[in-house]
Design a protein around this ligand. Structure first.
Ligand SMILES: N[C@@H](CCC(=O)N[C@@H](CS)C(=O)NCC(=O)O)C(=O)O
Length: 322
């Protein structure tokens, strides 16, 4: 039986939980709290969730967890048979993890109502029953607000982050009007990545109210997070996906994640926290270089270079070369 240490507020935790549900594997969802701190520390190398305990040992970092679970339990699968579509699915998962997390973080910790709400939810889950969570909630909120600037969730970047989310939701909602998942009737890594971030956005009051008009999006999030018995149908071909998926790829990958990730990796090669700025849709988005997204960007580049020359050219023509 797998044990997954996580929290409802953690997009990376609910992503792995959704995959365990999709594969209908026996697992225990261990709500990380002060009660299990000792056990968490015994297995965790870094103080991050999710932490997955497997028969082969403990794992941290959700993307390799997806690979591990997929290799250990190949059916039903989130991998798409077409190598180009599978690469695009991985790229969308990466874009969700490293870019869509920014508007989520911005709304959750920069808006007072959202901050109070999320702080209380985390604290209530963490402290022993009967203990007043409000002090811990303030501590958590204050700590997480200090993470805003390193992530680029600043006042200067607010217009871009908010405009980006509106556009992302509009395009995804149109695409999901006539299919269950992003690539058709098969659940993919893209659904888990984007779905888990949208799940978090729907759980916070300000983005929830802004996302209210997008009913196809909301229904898809529900399917992505509770996919047992779903998502085992056919992946569509590009011909039927193109008219609404290309606008999603152009916005998520070509216009935002790819140029940002490239600029972040280049800045990181000059040292951790090197300030950089990248023009995204007419907005100069500035932040200090982040370490982890540069590492996962290099993994994604390796996936691109593993494609055939013709497939790389196909991707380059639509979203740009990696
Ligand atoms: N790349 C990691 C990121 C994990 C991560 O950032 N987890 C957050 C919660 S979503 C965390 O544990 N934060 C605790 C902290 O920053 O102190 C993954 O995909 O698992």
């Amino acid at each position: 039986m797998y044990r997954l240490f996580g929290m409802e507020v953690s997009p990376y935790s609910v992503k792995v939980r959704a995959l365990l549900r999709f594969k209908q594997l026996p697992f225990e969802w261990v709500l990380r709290s002060q009660a299990n701190e000792a056990e968490f520390r015994e297995h965790a190398k870094v103080p991050l969730i999710p932490l997955l305990l497997t028969p082969g040992g403990a794992m941290q970092d959700s993307t390799p967890m997806l690979d591990y679970l997929e290799a250990a339990h190949p059916s039903p699968s989130i991998r798409l048979a077409d190598p180009v579509l599978n690469f695009l699915s991985n790229a969308l998962e990466e874009a969700a993890d490293e870019w869509l997390v920014k508007p989520m973080f911005h709304y959750r910790w920069n808006y007072e109502a959202d901050r109070i709400d999320a702080g209380m939810r985390i604290a209530t889950a963490s402290v022993p029953p009967g203990v007043d969570p409000s002090k811990f909630a303030t501590l958590i909120s204050n700590h997480l607000m200090t993470r805003s600037a390193p992530l680029g969730c600043t006042e200067a970047n607010k217009p871009l982050l908010e405009r980006y989310l509106q556009e992302s939701a509009t395009r995804l909602n149109a695409h999901l009007a006539s299919r269950s998942f992003i690539f058709g009737e098969q659940l993919s890594a893209a659904d888990l990545g984007l779905g888990s971030l949208y799940y978090e956005l729907y759980s916070d009051p300000t983005p929830r109210s802004r996302l209210q008009p997008f009913t196809h999006l909301a229904a898809w999030v529900e399917r992505c997070m509770t996919p047992a018995g779903l998502g085992q149908g056919a992946c569509e071909g590009w011909e039927s996906l193109e008219s609404t998926l290309l606008p999603v790829l152009e916005h998520e990958l070509a216009a935002t994640y790819l140029p940002w990730a490239r600029a972040n990796a280049a800045a990181l090669s000059q040292g951790a926290d090197t300030p950089f700025s990248v023009n995204l849709q007419g907005h100069d988005f500035a932040q200090p270089a982040q370490k982890y997204p540069a590492k996962s960007w290099h993994n994604l580049q390796a996936g691109y270079h593993a494609l055939s020359d013709a497939d790389q050219a196909w991707v380059a023509q639509r979203v740009g070369a990696l």
